[in-house]
Design a protein around this ligand. Sequence first.
Ligand code: ATP
Ligand code: MG
Length: 358
Amino acid sequence: MERFGFVGLPNAGKSSLYNALAGGGALAAPYAFATTDPNVGVAKVPDTRLERLAEMSESKKVVHAAVQFVDIGGLVEGASTGEGLGNRFLAHIREVDAIVFLLRAFPDTDVPGPDDPLECLRVLEIELALADLETLDAQITKKRKAARVDKALQAEVAALDEAHAVLAEGTPLYRADLSDDVREALRPWFLLTAKPVIALVNVGEDDLDRIEEITAPVRAELGERAEVIGMCVQLEAEAAQFTGTERVEMLEALGLGDGALERFIHSAYEILGLRTFLTTGEKESRAWTFRAGSTAPQAAGRIHTDFQRGFIRAEVIRWDELLEIGSWAKAREAGKMRLEGKEYVVQDGDVIEFRFNV
Ligand SMILES: Nc1ncnc2c1ncn2[C@@H]1O[C@H](COP(=O)(O)OP(=O)(O)OP(=O)(O)O)[C@@H](O)[C@H]1O
Ligand SMILES: [Mg+2]
């Protein structure tokens, strides 16, 4: 399952965001990956398509797609040299698939810390860039020597040199203009600043009508490099303690509209190129996560490796088409199911039944 790490200065709102996701019933299951750090949550990805299909099939069970969130803890200036949680902290970041920068924009004299989101971003990025520089410095000389003998290593060394030059200027790699080849060569290095980023600007309760304005400088700074979302995490966490219509009323009363959590989870899903296909039946309806561009056998492998190995073909229909027809049996009868083979590239929103043979 894909994992997102919350990174921010102390008091940025990381734990509040975690609670917001946990409180809203979003936390499908607590997941402890280490006793020293129990703050890993599984958040289900909201999906009305799935709910409607489950209703249609009168499914006994409904299983949403899910992503993991980790509340990593506060990063302080000097983390790269061992300040604060230091290296243990950085190791946790290394394990995630994407980073969520929590940028504080709420003023509160009782809660210490900077409230300029751009300033917060700068400190976070410099610490992570320094940590990456250190990783490279520790290895680059050895690699260079090896490359003199083994020419095959030259491309990797060139990529490391390019990354080093970028980082030495204090620029995180996700912001740099690197070719796909260079990014690929850097992948085995698990560099912190090469990970995809969501910047979450945490605004104050009194600034709900200024979210766009407060978020704009961060958006301008990051451009296309990252997803930028503004919300008041505190209020979202309060609303998340309610469910169903109560939550809708609460969100309305707080002036939060549909709530930003769903939007946030969708963005998280989106930036990793994740997509959803669905299965539906009386026993269960379920949303499955796959990578954009996956073929039918690869998608089948998300259910079970046997499905991939023994793949014969897939019966496919778009979710809305199926809903309109009203049932799987009727769709089949009407000849509306497409038979797709090994080469088929699965689309977001496909409802699929796999035929396989093991
Ligand atoms: N948007 C907001 N407006 C006002 N107060 C907020 C907002 N978001 C969070 N807070 C408050 O700020 C304080 C710090 O929040 P939180 O504990 O979530 O930060 P944190 O990033 O987890 O900090 P740490 O790194 O110390 O663990 C809490 O008292 C919380 O209620
Ligand atoms: Mg915290």
